[in-house]
Design a protein around this ligand. Structure first.
Ligand code: GRG
Length: 299
C-alpha cells in the first residue's frame, strides 16, 4: 500500500459524497416525510465504495467526466435502498446501521418501506434524465440497462430472494447455493458499478466483460470479508450489530469453512481480480490499491 493511499481514499470519499449529495431531493411538499427518510438514510455515511469503484473504473479507461456522476448517485441510492429494506423486521430486523438507528426505527415501518421504494425509483428517474441530456445516449442507455438488470431479479433482488428462502428453513446450504447468493446479492451491484464506469468511458465489449469478471471476484471477496467481520468485529467499529448471521440462522462462508479458510478465500478472489486487471488495457494505481485494501478492510 502506498504511503498516501489512505489520504487519497479520504479525498476521493469526500468528493464522492459531494457528488451524491448534489443529487438528493429537496425535502418539501406534502410527501416531505418520505423525502426526509430518503435523505436520512443517504446521509448516514457508509464507505461509498460502489460509486467510487464506478468513477475509478472510468478513470482506468481514461475518462473522468460529468456523465458518470448521476450514475454514481443512482448506484448509491439503490445500494442504500437495499440496506433500508434488508434492515426491516420482515428481513434482518436490525435497529442500527452505519452507526445510527435504521430508517424504519427512526421513521416507522411504513416510511422505511416507502423510503426504500422511493430511493429505487428516484435512482431510475435520475438515470432516465441522464440519458436524455447525454452527449452519447447509446452509452448512457447501456449503462442504465446494466444498472437495472444487476439490481433486479436476475441480480441483487434474485440473490436476496434465495437468501431469504434458505435462511432458517432447515435446508442445508451448500457451496453452490451460497456462491449463487453471494454473486447476485452482493456481487451484482459491484459488477454494475465497475461495468458502468467502463461503459461510460472508452472500454470495448470485451473489456467490459473482463471488468464484469474482475468485479465478480471482488464481490465474492467483499461478501466473505463481511461474513468474517460479522464474527470478528464489534458494533462500535462496524456501526451495526455483530453476530447478525448467527442471530438470523444464516449459513455463511465462515460457518461452512471457518475463519482461517475464509480469510484465504478473500485473498484468493482478490488476487484473481488484480491479476485480471493487470492483464487489460488501462491504468489506475489508486483503483488497484483500493481493490487490494478491501482484503484488510475493518468495516
Ligand atoms: C432488500 C432487495 C433487497 C436486497 C437486499 C444488499 C442486500 C440485499 C442486503 C444487505 C445485507 C448485506 C449483507 C448485503 C451484502 C452486501 C453488503 C456487504 C452490504 C454492505 O455494504 P457496505 O459494506 O455498506 O458497502 P456501507 O454502509 O459501507 O455502504
Amino acid at each position: 500500500m502506498s504511503d498516501n493511499f489512505n489520504e487519497e481514499l479520504n479525498k476521493v470519499t469526500i468528493e464522492t459524497e459531494e457528488i451524491i449529495y448534489s443529487y438528493l431531493p429537496k425535502e418539501e411538499g406534502l410527501q416531505s416525510t418520505v423525502l426526509e427518510a430518503m435523505n436520512y438514510s443517504m446521509k448516514a455515511g457508509g464507505k461509498r465504495l460502489r460509486p467510487i469503484l464506478m468513477r475509478e473504473t472510468a478513470k482506468f479507461f481514461g475518462t473522468d467526466n460529468e456523465e458518470v456522476k448521476p450514475f454514481m448517485a443512482a448506484m448509491e441510492m439503490i445500494h442504500t435502498y437495499s440496506l433500508v429494506h434488508d434492515d426491516l423486521p420482515a428481513m434482518d430486523n436490525d435497529a442500527f446501521r452505519r452507526g445510527l438507528p435504521t430508517t424504519h426505527i427512526k421513521y416507522g415501518h411504513a416510511m422505511g418501506i416507502l423510503a426504500g421504494d422511493a430511493l429505487l425509483n428516484y435512482a431510475y428517474e435520475m438515470c432516465a434524465n441522464a440519458i436524455v441530456v447525454s452527449k452519447d445516449m447509446i452509452k448512457a442507455a447501456k449503462a442504465f440497462k446494466v444498472l437495472s438488470s444487476k439490481a433486479g431479479i436476475f441480480g441483487m433482488v434474485g440473490g436476496q430472494t434465495v437468501d431469504v428462502e434458505y435462511t432458517g428453513n432447515g435446508t442445508q446450504m451448500n457451496k453452490e447455493v451460497l456462491d449463487f447468493i453471494f454473486k447476485l446479492k452482493t456481487g451484482a451491484l459491484i459488477e454494475a458499478s465497475m461495468m458502468i464506469g467502463a461503459i461510460l468511458s472508452d472500454a470495448n465489449d470485451e473489456e467490459i466483460k473482463k471488468i464484469e469478471e474482475i468485479a465478480s471476484a471482488i464481490g465474492m471477496a467483499f461478501q466473505i470479508q463481511d461474513d468474517i467481520l460479522d464474527v470478528t468485529s464489534t458494533m462500535e467499529v462496524l456501526g451495526k450489530p455483530v453476530m447478525s448471521d448467527e442471530k438470523n440462522h444464516k449459513e455463511t462462508f465462515v460457518s461452512l469453512y471457518g475463519t482461517d479458510k475464509s480469510v484465504e478465500m478473500v485473498k484468493a478472489y482478490t488476487k484473481e481480480a488484480i491479476d485480471k486487471l493487470d492483464d487489460i488495457r488501462g491504468k489506475n494505481d489508486f483503483l488497484r490499491e483500493l481493490l487490494m485494501s478491501l482484503i484488510y478492510r475493518e468495516k
